[in-house]
Design a protein around this ligand. Sequence first.
Ligand SMILES: Cc1cc2nc3c(=O)[nH]c(=O)nc-3n(C[C@H](O)[C@H](O)[C@H](O)COP(=O)(O)O)c2cc1C
Length: 338
Amino acid sequence: MNIGPHELANNVFAAPMAGVTDRPFRMLCRALGAGYAVSEMVTSRRDLWASLKTSRRANHDGEPGPIAVQIAGTDAAMMADAARYNVDRGAQIIDINMGCPAKKVCNKWAGSALMQDEPLAVAIAAAVVQACAPHGVPVTLKMRTGWSQSHKNAVRLAGAFEDAGVQMITVHGRTREQGYGGHAEYDTIAAVKRATRLTVIANGDINSPQKAKYVLDYTGADGIMIGRAAQGRPWIFREIEHYLKTGNQLPPPLVTEIHQVLIAHLHDLYAFYGADAGVKIARKHISWYTKGLAGSASFRHAMNQLQSTEEQLSAVNRFFEQQAQLHEHLRYEEELAA
Ligand SMILES: Cc1cc2nc3c(=O)[nH]c(=O)nc-3n(C[C@H](O)[C@H](O)[C@H](O)COP(=O)(O)O)c2cc1C
């Protein structure tokens, strides 16, 4: 599996998720089996590039390559400028965001709203490709199936993006109108794969090794991308990779391993954001890791009151020590009830 000159370890990708896929989380996903992880989106607004939020998002220190930066905006020249800026700062792949359901940039709807204005969407892709070509940097794009149920234009747009020089397209199997509701559908993704010679990545509602295989087989896509199912479960990438390779499912991970993974993740968050912001950002990850484990509701409630790194770490330690006394392997209550 390649993107331009970059060879990837496998075709199971971590999705960009603003506020989630920061550098600590991307590195964790890669360490636990993701072949590729795209950064959170960076605005094309030059006036925001010096902000702490944007500069954190542009921080790739120690991250394994290829470094992929996603940019969002509504103006072709500004997007080309943003691409050049990120390439100068080490981006090896530029991904254009036409997948987000709600993002205002310069008072205009960016992300998937661009799919409604096909000439503008194609002009943006062409301008970004032109800006990246002299640096040998491939351009990829993430989009939805269309604007609404009656305006599914992913196939037509994908063809135009291919002509513009885009090398890989990820399709989330929902329309913009759907937001995150309903179910992802995979027929449109299959149609994009059939209609173009692009590398196509299928995305949307993939939450198990079996579903990953089903979506790959059904769509003929070259790879899959996982977003929400990796929240609090970054080892899903190795589970999927193993299943795709062998047809066998890995046993659930050891409680002791996930305990260590989470503690290391917390230390990374504290170092990346500083203690105060780190503790707050860590809360949502701790909630995701522990959701569905025995006693987690009251644990999560108490944990959200804790303010210091020391208190947070010891609460997590106590919780996982209790889990280890209950089971050797991670067991969710719904599985135990089944
Ligand atoms: C919290 C959150 C933030 C997201 N941020 C982005 C983003 O910055 N760029 C983007 O292209 N998609 C973004 N997405 C969409 C995901 O990349 C993905 O397409 C979507 O969640 C569907 O995949 P899933 O069902 O595996 O989660 C975001 C999704 C979530 C849940």
